[in-house]
Design a protein around this ligand. Structure first.
Ligand code: KDG
Ligand code: MG
Length: 402
């Protein structure tokens, strides 16, 4: 069996997605996600212009060799565009391989280690009351874990909070929106949210929070300490992680569990974080982390250092990534939790899938492959629209991390 055809689709059913379709000479089809929020066309070109000509004619069973070929063979390693493109090829090949063997993907990754994949979803509100009501809705639906983000008094907008009642989706058409930020106002307000949530819901539901890269390590240490009485499942991205040693500083000051990694693209972004046990959950995913092939190795390395997985699952990772992640999550020993945001109805139609939610857990489904399809005809009705994530400025105008 050989890869006979490779096609890249860029569509916007609710938001932009880049999808790779590989077809074999005996008619099997595999799908991979290649979406990089705000930089979609760069990955589409990297795939079509540079990677796919080398994929035609290859044996889809050779996932390890093909991954090494597109990683080492480029000479220029790493980086989000490269790794997202490589992931699309890797996932599409694993999909074909599992379909050829007529088995769900998880059986090729070690089989089921658990009966379901615990997921968390996103509750947000403009103030504490609205956020608490949003958390209540998820708990009523059976979620065991909920991420809570709330508006901060004095700031017109903040990460994770919709300006209106619609679902939160940060990428917008047009040039990047500019947001205003104050670390001081944020740090004073967030503990009040979790005090309120624990008073209303008790300590049974897992509660998570994303600081979205905005604090310095010592500020993060302070916030972690202030949040300790509320026993968070994790505090995510407290500080940017280019300097891995920053997490060593945070760790000295708080026992609040730490999660990081949604913007990492290789083990070299986190090897010290893991080796030094400075983090508890690794947020890398099978898309921006370069595919299933490297993520199996990274998860095994993390497992040896008491670090669990906590895969990124925002709406800018397509249902193909969601489905693949669930196969990975159900198999990998040191699984922690999986993020699951709800997709727009148009996205759900374009990507029919087998996975389902039941009682706080997701299930990847039992069909062969990763269980996610792609409706090309429908996708063609939603052409690409350039969109950007926001940028963030401090109150005095200094550009800051969004
Ligand atoms: O593209 C950026 C989003 O994926 C990111 O802002 C979502 O932080 C995020 C999360 O935790 O889901
Ligand atoms: Mg995040």
């Amino acid at each position: 069996m050989k890869v006979a055809e490779a096609q890249v689709f860029v569509c916007c059913p609710g938001r932009n997605f880049v999808t790779l379709k590989l077809t074999t000479d005996d008619g099997l089809v595999g799908y991979g996600d290649a979406t990089l929020n705000g930089r979609e066309l760069a990955v589409a070109s990297y795939l079509s212009d540079h990677v796919l000509p080398c994929i035609i004619g290859r044996d889809p069973f050779q996932t390890e060799d093909t991954w090494q070929y597109v990683y080492r063979g480029a000479y220029w390693r790493k980086g989000p565009v490269t790794m997202t493109a490589i992931a699309a090829v890797d996932v599409a090949l694993w999909d074909i391989k599992a379909k050829a063997l007529n088995t769900p993907l998880y059986n090729l990754l070690g089989g089921k280690s658990r009966h379901g994949v615990m997921v968390y979803s996103h509750a947000n509100g403009r103030d504490l009351e609205e956020t608490a009501d949003a958390v209540a809705k998820y708990i009523e639906q059976g979620y065991l874990a909920v991420r809570a983000q709330t508006g901060v008094p004095g700031l017109p907008s903040t990460y994770g909070v919709s300006a209106d009642k619609t679902a939160y989706e940060p990428a917008k058409a047009g040039l990047p929106e500019e947001h205003v930020w104050s670390t001081e106002k944020y740090m004073r307000h967030v503990p009040l949210l979790f005090e309120k949530l624990r008073a209303r819901f008790g300590f049974e539901p897992h509660l998570l929070h994303d600081a979205h890269h905005r604090l310095t390590p010592i500020q993060a240490g302070r916030l972690g300490k202030d949040l300790e009485p509320y026993r968070l499942f994790w505090l995510e991205d407290p500080t940017p992680a280019e300097l891995q040693e920053g997490f060593g500083v945070i760790r000295q000051h708080t026992t609040t569990p730490l999660a990081v990694g949604e913007v990492f693209d290789s083990v070299w972004d986190c090897y010290k974080l893991i080796r030094e046990q400075w983090i508890d959950y690794l947020r890398m995913d099978v898309l921006h982390g370069g595919g299933v092939t490297p993520m199996q190795k990274i998860a095994a390395y993390a497992d040896m250092h008491h670090v669990q997985t906590g895969s990124h699952g925002a709406t800018d990772l397509s249902p193909i990534t969601m489905g693949t992640a669930l196969h990975f999550d159900i198999a990998v020993h040191n699984f922690g939790i999986q993020e699951y945001m709800h997709f727009a109805p148009a996205t759900e139609e374009v990507f029919p899938h087998d996975y389902r939610f039941e009682g706080g857990y997701m299930h990847p489904g039992e069909s062969a492959g990763h269980g996610v399809g792609f409706n090309e005809k429908l996708a063609a009705r939603y052409p690409y629209q350039r969109a950007y994530l926001p940028v963030n400025r401090k109150l005095d105008g200094t550009l800051w991390n969004w």
